[in-house]
Design a protein around this ligand. Structure first.
Ligand code: SF4
Ligand code: SF4
Length: 741
C-alpha cells in the first residue's frame, strides 16, 4: 500500500505543478487583454438563461449533436468522462485502502454497470473519432478535409491517451474482481469480463496487476490532464466558460460597438494614440477574445461550412482563430515581461514575433493575410456551427476596423462605396430624389413621410438603397408595395429622407460612417414617431432591428416575408393564380441564419397554388451564402470560384424553373450567376431569380383572362396589381457586382 500511496501522490503533485503552471500562465496571458465588463454584467443579469445554456450547450451537447455521427461519439465520450469521474475517486481511494468503495453508492450494482457501460461507450466513441480522422485525413483530402490546418498529431495522441484511460481502468478492475477488492458484486459487466480473462494468472499476479494498473490509470489520467492544458483539448475546461461568457443570443445578428478599455468608444473623444481602435495588436483582444482562441478545439466545423473556404479562397474561420492563437502564445513572453529590460533579454524569435503586424501579406510577415480578412462575407456559418460559441465575425470585424480606421488599408474598389455613403447616403452615389422614382411606376399613391408619421399609418416601409435604386431589386419593392396596398395595409415610406442603414460601412469596418448614417436615420425615424417598420432587405432589417437599439432606435421591425405570410394567413391576401413551376428557395444569410426567419418565405410559397418547392442540400441554418454580405458586394472577387456561381451550381442541381429568395443582394448576386450560366449554355433561358414577394404578387394578381375581363368591364377602375414584369425604372446603378465570370 505504501508504494501505491507514494507513487500515486507523487504523480499527482507532478501533474498538478505542470498543469498549474500552464493554467497560471494562460490566465496571465488572458489578463493582458482588454477588459470586457459587459460580458460579466450579462452573466450576472441572466443566471437562469446561463444555467439553461450550460444545460443545453455543454451538458446537452446541442450544437455537437447537429452532426449526428461525430456528435453522438463526442456526447458519449463527454458523458463517459463525467461518469468515469467516479472511477477516478475509486482509483484514488484504492491508493489508501484496497477495499475502498465510494460511501453509500460505491457498491450499488447499477453504479458499477453505468461505469462500465460508459467506459465501453468511450472506447466506441474514440473508435468512431479514429475512423472519422482517417477518412478525412488532410494529407489525402487536402483542403476538403475539415482537419486541414489543425494540429492532427496532438489529436491522435489524445485519442491514444483516452484509450489508455479505459484500458488501464478495465485492467485494474478486472484484477480487483480476482483479488476480491472489487466493490461491485454485480453489474460491472466489462470489469467482470476482464476479470475472467485475467483469472488464469492467479491471485498473486492479479494483485500485482491491480497495483500496477491503478497507478497506471492515475498516471494516464494525470498525464492526460497535464497534456490537455498544453493542447487544443484545453476546451474540456474552457468550453463551459466560453459558452457562459458568449454573446446573447449569440455571435450572429448585430455587431458590437467598438470598445476601448471596456467602455464603448465615443468618436468625439476617442484618441487613436491612447484608445483601442479595433484589433491592431493581439493584446487589443478582450480577455473573452483570448478565451475564444484558447477554447478552439480545431474541429474544423466552421471551416467546412465557410463559403470562402469552400470556393478556394484563403480564408478559413478556423485558421483565423488558430493564427491569432499561435501568435498570442508566441508573443506571450513579450506581453508578460514586466519591464523593457526584461523584454530586451527575450530571445530574438520572441522579439520578432512581437513586431509582426496582425494583418499583412507574406512580405510583411503578417499574422493574417489581407486576402483572408477581406474574403469574409459575414455569412455567420462559422458562428452557427462552432460547438464552443467562438465569435469569428466579431474578431474579423475588429481586424477590419483597425485596418480601415487606423491603417486605411482595405480593398481599393470599396472606397467609392464608402465615399458615396458619406456624401450621398447610398452606396451608388445616386441623388436622393431617385429614391422615390419607383413610386411613379405604380398606379396608386404611396405616402412619403414629411414630418410626424400619421397615427393611421401602421408600417413604415423601409425600402433600402438597393430596393429604391437597383432595377432588379426595385421589382421586389414594387411587388411588396402592391401587396401591402392590395391587403389594405396603411404604410408610408421615408423617400428622400431615407439613407443607407450603414450596414456595408459597418461590415467593412468603417464604424465612423456607420455611426454617421445610423444616427441620422435614428433621428429621422424618432422625429417621425415611427414604431413599426417593414423592411424588404435583410441587411436593413438586421441593422434596424438589432443594431439601431445601440443608438437609441427601438422599433418593431419585420421582414416583408414575415408580414406577407401573416397577411396571407389572415386572408387579407389570397394567392389564386397558379404558378406551375419547380422553385428552389435560397435563404439569405442575414434573414435566415442571422435572424432565424426560415419559415415565412416558405409558408408564402406553400400557399401559392402550383408551386413545387425543392430544397437545396444546403438550406436553412446550413444555407450557403450568395457572396454579397460583409460588404463583399462592393469588392471584387478575384480568388477561387465565385461564391454566387457555387450557389447557382447547387441550385441548378435541383433543376428549377425559378430560384426564389428574400434579399435584394441575393437577387443581384444569384441573377448575375444565372446570366453567366445562360451565356455558357449551362442554364435554360427561362430560368429566373425572383423575390418571394414577386411570386406572391404574381399569384395574387387575377389571372390574365379575368384581368382582361375586368379591364373591359371597368376601364376606369383600379388597375390590377403590377407583378414582377413591371417596366424597369432608370438605368441600373453600376456597382462591382458585375456579371459572374
Ligand atoms: S462569416 Fe462566413 S465567410 Fe466569414 S469566416 Fe465565417 S463562414 Fe467564412
Ligand atoms: S472555431 Fe469552433 S468550429 Fe471552428 S475549429 Fe474552432 S471549435 Fe471548431
Amino acid at each position: 500500500m505504501a508504494l501505491r500511496i507514494i507513487v500515486g501522490l507523487a504523480l499527482t503533485v507532478v501533474a498538478a505543478v505542470v498543469a498549474g503552471r500552464r493554467l497560471w500562465w494562460l490566465q496571465r496571458l488572458a489578463r493582458t487583454g482588454q477588459p470586457a465588463p459587459e460580458r460579466v454584467a450579462a452573466v450576472r443579469a441572466h443566471p437562469a438563461a446561463d444555467a439553461r445554456r450550460q444545460a443545453t450547450e455543454v451538458l446537452g451537447q446541442r450544437k455537437l449533436l447537429k452532426w449526428t455521427v461525430p456528435g453522438i461519439a463526442h456526447a458519449v465520450t463527454f458523458w463517459g468522462f463525467l461518469v468515469l469521474t467516479l472511477t477516478i475517486i475509486e482509483a484514488y481511494g484504492a491508493l489508501f485502502s484496497k477495499k475502498f468503495a465510494i460511501p453509500v453508492i460505491g457498491t450499488w450494482a447499477w453504479i458499477g454497470f453505468a461505469e462500465d457501460l460508459f467506459a465501453v461507450a468511450v472506447l466506441a466513441g474514440i473508435a468512431v473519432f479514429a475512423v472519422i480522422r482517417l477518412r478525412a485525413d488532410p494529407k489525402r483530402e487536402g483542403r476538403r478535409s475539415r482537419f486541414a490546418g489543425s494540429h492532427t498529431g496532438a489529436a491522435w495522441l489524445v485519442l491514444l491517451l483516452i484509450f489508455l484511460v479505459v484500458a488501464t481502468l478495465l485492467a485494474y478492475r478486472g484484477a480487483q474482481v480476482n483479488t476480491g477488492d472489487f466493490p461491485y458484486p454485480s453489474g460491472a459487466f466489462a470489469s467482470q469480463l476482464a476479470g475472467r480473462w485475467l483469472h488464469p494468472l492467479g491471485t498473486g499476479a492479479n494483485s500485482v496487476i491491480e497495483t500496477v494498473f491503478i497507478l497506471g490509470q492515475l498516471a494516464v489520467i494525470l498525464g492526460f490532464l497535464a497534456f490537455v492544458t498544453y493542447s487544443k483539448h484545453l476546451h474540456i475546461f474552457l468550453a463551459p466558460l466560453n459558452v457562459l461568457f458568449s454573446r446573447r443570443p449569440d455571435g450572429l445578428r448585430e455587431l458590437q460597438p467598438m470598445r476601448s478599455n471596456g467602455a464603448v468608444l465615443d468618436f468625439e473623444e476617442a484618441d487613436p494614440d491612447t484608445d483601442v481602435f479595433g484589433l491592431g495588436k493581439i493584446e487589443d483582444l478582450s480577455w473573452k477574445g483570448m478565451l475564444d482562441l484558447a477554447t478552439c478545439t480545431e474541429c474544423g466545423r466552421c471551416q467546412s461550412q465557410c463559403p470562402a473556404w469552400a470556393t478556394g479562397k484563403p480564408l478559413s474561420p478556423k485558421m483565423i482563430i488558430l493564427e491569432l492563437r499561435d501568435h498570442a502564445f508566441a508573443k506571450a513572453p513579450y506581453l508578460l515581461a514586466g519591464s523593457d529590460e526584461a523584454r530586451d533579454r527575450l530571445p530574438d524569435a520572441v522579439k520578432a514575433e512581437a513586431q509582426r503586424p496582425l494583418v499583412g501579406d507574406s512580405a510583411a510577415h503578417g499574422v493574417i493575410d489581407p486576402d483572408e480578412l477581406w474574403s469574409c462575407t459575414n455569412c455567420g456559418a462559422c458562428v452557427e456551427e462552432c460547438p464552443v460559441d467562438i465569435e469569428h465575425i466579431d474578431h474579423i470585424t475588429s481586424l477590419r476596423r483597425h485596418q480601415v480606421l487606423i491603417e486605411s488599408a482595405f480593398p481599393p474598389e470599396a472606397s467609392s462605396m464608402l465615399k458615396n455613403l458619406e456624401n450621398k447616403g447610398n452606396p451608388w452615389g445616386m441623388g436622393e430624389s431617385k429614391r422615390t422614382e419607383w413610386i411613379t411606376e405604380l398606379d396608386f399613391e404611396v405616402p412619403v413621410v414629411d414630418g410626424p408619421i400619421g397615427a393611421e399609418v401602421e408600417y413604415l416601409f423601409w425600402v433600402g438603397c438597393a430596393g429604391a435604386l437597383e432595377d432588379r431589386a426595385k421589382k421586389t419593392t414594387k411587388a411588396v408595395a402592391q401587396l401591402l396596398h392590395t391587403a389594405g395595409v396603411n404604410f408610408a415610406v421615408l423617400g428622400p429622407a431615407e439613407a443607407c442603414t450603414g450596414d456595408p460601412a459597418r461590415r467593412m469596418g468603417n464604424e465612423f460612417v456607420f455611426s454617421m448614417l445610423a444616427q441620422q436615420n435614428v433621428e429621422t425615424l424618432n422625429e417621425a414617431g415611427v414604431r413599426k417598420i417593414v423592411a424588404s432587405c435583410p441587411h436593413c432589417f438586421n441593422t434596424i432591428a438589432n443594431e439601431y437599439p445601440q443608438l437609441g432606435g427601438n422599433y418593431e421591425v419585420v421582414h416583408h416575408t414575415q408580414l406577407l405570410a401573416q397577411l396571407v394567413a389572415d386572408g387579407r391576401l389570397t394567392p389564386v393564380t397558379p404558378i406551375e413551376e419547380k422553385i428552389t428557395y435560397h435563404d439569405p444569410c442575414f434573414l435566415g441564419r442571422h435572424n432565424r426567419v426560415f419559415t415565412a418565405p416558405r409558408e408564402i410559397m406553400e400557399q401559392v397554388p402550383g408551386i413545387k418547392s425543392q430544397e437545396m442540400h444546403r438550406c436553412k441554418e446550413r444555407g450557403f451564402c450568395c457572396g454579397a454580405g460583409g460588404a463583399r458586394m462592393w469588392m471584387e472577387e478575384k480568388l477561387g470560384k465565385r461564391i454566387n456561381t457555387e450557389r447557382i451550381d447547387e441550385a441548378l442541381g435541383t433543376d428549377p424553373d425559378t430560384i426564389s429568395t428574400g434579399c435584394p443582394f441575393c437577387l443581384v448576386m444569384l441573377g448575375d450567376a444565372v446570366s453567366a450560366k445562360k451565356s455558357s449554355g449551362d442554364a435554360k433561358e427561362s430560368l429566373e431569380v425572383v423575390d418571394v414577394a414577386q411570386l406572391l404578387a404574381r399569384s395574387v394578381a387575377p389571372p390574365p383572362a379575368a384581368a382582361a375581363a375586368m379591364t373591359a368591364a371597368a376601364p376606369s377602375g383600379p388597375a390590377s396589381p403590377s407583378g414582377p414584369a413591371s417596366p424597369s425604372g432608370p438605368a441600373s446603378p453600376s456597382g462591382p457586382s458585375a456579371p459572374a465570370g
